[in-house]
Design a protein around this ligand. Sequence first.
Ligand code: 6OG
Length: 171
Amino acid sequence: WLPTSSLKQYTLVFPVTADSKICLGMKKRGFGAGRYNGFGGKVEPGETVFEAAKRELLEEANIVATKMPQCGRIRFAFENSPVLMDVYVYRVEEWEREPEETEEMLPKWYSMLPSDHPSSPSLPAIPFDNMWPDDDLWFRFFLAKKSFVGRVDFNKPAESDTEGKMEDGSM
Ligand code: 6OG
């Protein structure tokens, strides 16, 4: 059992198109700076997780989500920290406007298909080497449109020394 005070809710949102493109943002400052990730942040008091996901997407990519199903939930534990990050992952399938650079994020488009796939858009492949190492564990579920739940434990000092388990599941 966990005291709820040790769970902190976050959102993580990935715009994807019907022709297999995904928009990632290079984080320009703060936690995870220099890495490519989805758009998101902390859920503020008084808002739902969904509202927070929409707000962060607007603040960081300047787009308004109009179709945004949840697809996963991941908890991150860090050695020496009592706080568990409880991250709700969404895919944005429809939105208004186009992603733009903001103070927090530089958006870039990638192909979700292997480069030798006949209908792969002529874009770079998802840059896993420049993303959080845990993404390797769960991105295949995201790409396959399967919902996922999991927990990842980060042990110091090596960030790449990630342990994690992911499975299909209800959220
Ligand atoms: P702000 O600090 O910008 O919110 N986030 C992570 N995403 C991945 N893929 N892996 C992690 O491994 C992450 N830790 C945090 C959640 C932080 C944003 O970064 C995501 C939020 O979208 C540890 O408010």
